[in-house]
Design a protein around this ligand. Structure first.
Ligand code: IPM
Ligand code: MG
Length: 367
């Protein structure tokens, strides 16, 4: 089996703890000959700032560009609240997304049967939920220029961000959403604010054109993003794939994640365009953040990070069978009643980060 290079960027807060369980899983998979991964590790976020005064070093950036896949933990925390804006922890993540051109961010919101009770919504609304948010990740207001705070002559200051989308950016994210919908329930709902934003008008038109040109077999609907947020909490199961811009995608994916009662459980994939050999640059990260309040106690839930590894196996290495094995092990461990503190319920067994990670590996080994 050809060796593939994976770069681990654990980052800050609970990042290193949950990444430790990914290491454990990779070591086991390598030892069984299921994979042949060569693992390197780098610094990002506050950890990189402490070491180099940067949110990611040029050296680690180059390693990320050269890796076959990047696994990312989490960045940020109160310790770095006052560092200069350009080198704040989040800047490292944004640079990775931008320089690796990871324009397609896939954020599944899946409700694990064992956790349906943990949702803030009624069980029947979320049981069996399986939706996918496809968020545009390298454009829009996150990166548009000008982006600045300027001094006005009247003594006021003005904060400016620019929401901007070009045709090709909308075309490629729409195509990604339609392609993925074909592997699922074949339905896409596109969300924007065409009632107030020109970029929303263009978004709506371009998605409609791409659909008409290449994807008429997929069902396409449109929703204003605010109404979409409302529908997500009213009746989330009506959706299959939601495609939306960078900022709306940020917000809607947090809403969708929380619906599942399992923010600590959800993975994400950020993918670039396929090259001539069908290979894409890719980065996988849990949807949850660095959770500085519980960092260092060994109690964080490693499942989102482990599920991110499963997505990596599936999307970067075409190892669907190994991904199934890992995801199956996660489901079994939950069915057996193991719970980290964030998803603890009456009558279940409370476990630490490493106990959960070990249980998942043991489950893979016995199945
Ligand atoms: C996310 C996060 C990031 C974002 C932050 C950490 C910059 O909220 O991945 O959703 O806003 O994209
Ligand atoms: Mg977010």
């Amino acid at each position: 089996m050809a060796t593939q290079k994976i770069l681990l960027l654990p980052g800050d807060g609970i990042g290193p703890e949950v990444m430790g369980e990914v290491r454990r899983a990779i070591e086991w998979m390598n030892s069984q000959g299921l994979t042949s991964f060569e693992v390197e590790e780098g610094l990002v976020g506050g950890a990189a700032y402490d070491a180099h005064g940067l949110s990611i070093s040029e050296d680690d950036m180059a390693r990320a560009m050269a890796a076959d896949a990047v696994l990312f933990g989490a960045v940020g925390g109160p310790k770095w609240d006052d560092v200069p804006y350009d080198v704040r922890p989040e800047a490292g993540l944004l640079r990775l997304r931008k320089d690796m051109e990871l324009f397609a961010n896939l954020r599944p919101a899946i409700c694990f049967g064992a956790l349906a009770e943990a949702s803030s919504l009624k069980k029947e609304l979320v049981e069996g939920l399986d939706i996918l948010i496809v968020r545009e990740l390298t454009g829009g207001v996150y990166f548009g220029e000008p982006k600045e705070i300027i001094e006005l002559e009247n003594g006021q200051r003005r904060g400016i961000d620019t929401q901007v989308y070009d045709t090709y950016e909308i075309e490629r994210i729409a195509a990604a959403a339609f392609d993925i919908a074909r592997t699922r329930d074949n339905r896409v709902c596109s969300m924007e604010k065409r009632n107030v934003m020109k970029s929303g008008v263009l978004w709506n038109e371009v998605v409609t054109e791409v659909h008409k040109r290449d994807y008429q077999d997929v069902e396409l609907t449109h929703m204003l993003a605010d109404a979409g947020g409302m529908q997500l909490v009213r009746a989330p199961k009506q959706f299959d794939v939601i495609v939306t811009d960078n900022l709306f995608g940020d917000m809607l994916s947090d809403v969708a994640a929380m619906l599942t009662g399992s923010l600590g459980m959800l993975p994400s994939a950020s993918l670039g365009a396929a090259d001539a050999n069908g290979k894409r640059k890719s980065l996988y990260e849990p949807v949850h953040g660095s959770a500085p309040d519980i960092a260092g106690n060994g109690i964080a839930n490693p499942i989102a990070m482990l599920s991110s590894l499963a997505m990596c196996l599936r999307y970067s290495f075409n190892m669907g069978d190994v991904a199934d094995k890992l995801e199956g092990a996660i489901t079994s461990v939950l069915d057996k009643g193991l719970r980290t503190g964030d998803i603890m319920q009456d009558g279940m067994t409370k476990v630490s980060t490493s106990q959960m990670g070990r249980a998942v590996v043991e489950e893979m080994a016995t199945n």
